[in-house]
Design a protein around this ligand. Structure first.
Ligand SMILES: Nc1ncnc2c1ncn2[C@@H]1O[C@H](COP(=O)(O)OP(=O)(O)O)[C@@H](O)[C@H]1O
Ligand SMILES: [Mg+2]
Length: 264
């Protein structure tokens, strides 16, 4: 009689200095994940929470640009790093450690070691939530987080078109297999509101919502394609922070509230 080997148990280390850790993920690049991650983080701050943002995209860090940070993290003992503070958020990104122009030519094990450093050797302090902006895909970084870091949930961002959704299904299955709770899906660049007040569904309609239903996950909301979101991202001043009453910020605030209610 053949016996099945027992499932492998992973030791998941929590990030210290925070109550909750949240992954913001997308299976594909360019769906606006970093923009949504940062605005969601500040929407959580708008709820009165103390936030941290960890940019886990080692190959394509974008946090320094999205928050216009030029400072390097300091260290008192040469081992642990103090996150850089911006708009009352504690921030860490590989982009703060290396020159923006320097390409990261790293193999998998180096990426894994960088992720371990950023989750274990950063002195996050007194945070309610750390929001982690994940790289796209289902590679080494995702696996390291799923297997070795204690996270409280993942949120998947997508745009409504079919190609993006195929990747989303892969992303959902990866988290399901590794036992990471998916708190819900967000549809970004959902529609464009014209001067005529009409909503134009440029990338199709309700695809993300349908995928959420299909996989029995919660659909958290639609974020429109809006120039102010792009302009504020380019300036390094996230809309949810600088204009918390902007109609797009109100959408982020609403989604943040839903997410927080699922965490506590
Ligand atoms: N809802 C949106 N409306 C307008 N522009 C957006 C929106 N979401 C993202 N963008 C823009 O799209 C580009 C890619 O977004 P980014 O967050 O870097 O994507 P990703 O992290 O998925 O690669 C950026 O220029 C960003 O400002
Ligand atoms: Mg990004």
């Amino acid at each position: 009689m053949s016996q099945k080997p027992p499932p492998k148990q992973f030791i998941k280390t929590p990030i210290s200095g925070t109550k909750f850790t949240l992954l913001i993920s997308s299976a594909k690049g360019g769906v606006g994940k970093s923009t949504v991650a940062v605005n969601l983080a500040f929407a959580l701050q708008n709820l009165g929470l103390k936030i941290g943002i960890l940019d886990a995209d080692v190959y394509g860090p974008s946090l320094p640009k999205l928050l216009n940070i030029n400072e390097k993290p300091k260290s008192e003992d040469g081992k642990a790093m103090i996150p850089v503070e911006k708009f009352n958020a504690q921030c860490m990104s590989m982009g703060l450690l290396v020159d923006e122009q320097t390409p990261m030519i790293w193999r998998g094990p180096m990426v894994i070691s960088a992720i371990k450093t950023m989750t274990q050797k950063v002195l996050w302090k007194d945070r309610d939530v750390i929001i982690i902006d994940m790289p796209p895909g289902t590679g080494d970084t995702q696996l390291t987080f799923a297997q070795e870091v204690k996270v409280d949930g993942a949120i998947i961002i997508s745009t409504p078109q079919d190609l993006a959704l195929l990747d989303v299904k892969r992303g959902i299955q990866m988290f399901d297999k590794t036992g990471v709770k998916i708190l819900g899906l967000i549809d970004n660049m959902s529609y464009f509101e014209g001067d005529d007040g009409k909503e134009y569904k440029i990338f199709g309609e309700s695809g993300v919502k349908k995928t959420a239903l299909e996989f029995n996950k919660e659909f958290l909301g639609n974020i429109p394609l809006h120039e102010d979101l792009r302009l504020s991202a380019d300036k390094g001043e996230p809309l949810a922070h600088t204009k918390p009453q902007h109609k797009v910020s109100l959408i982020f605030n609403k989604i943040a509230k839903k997410i927080y209610e699922k965490l506590v």
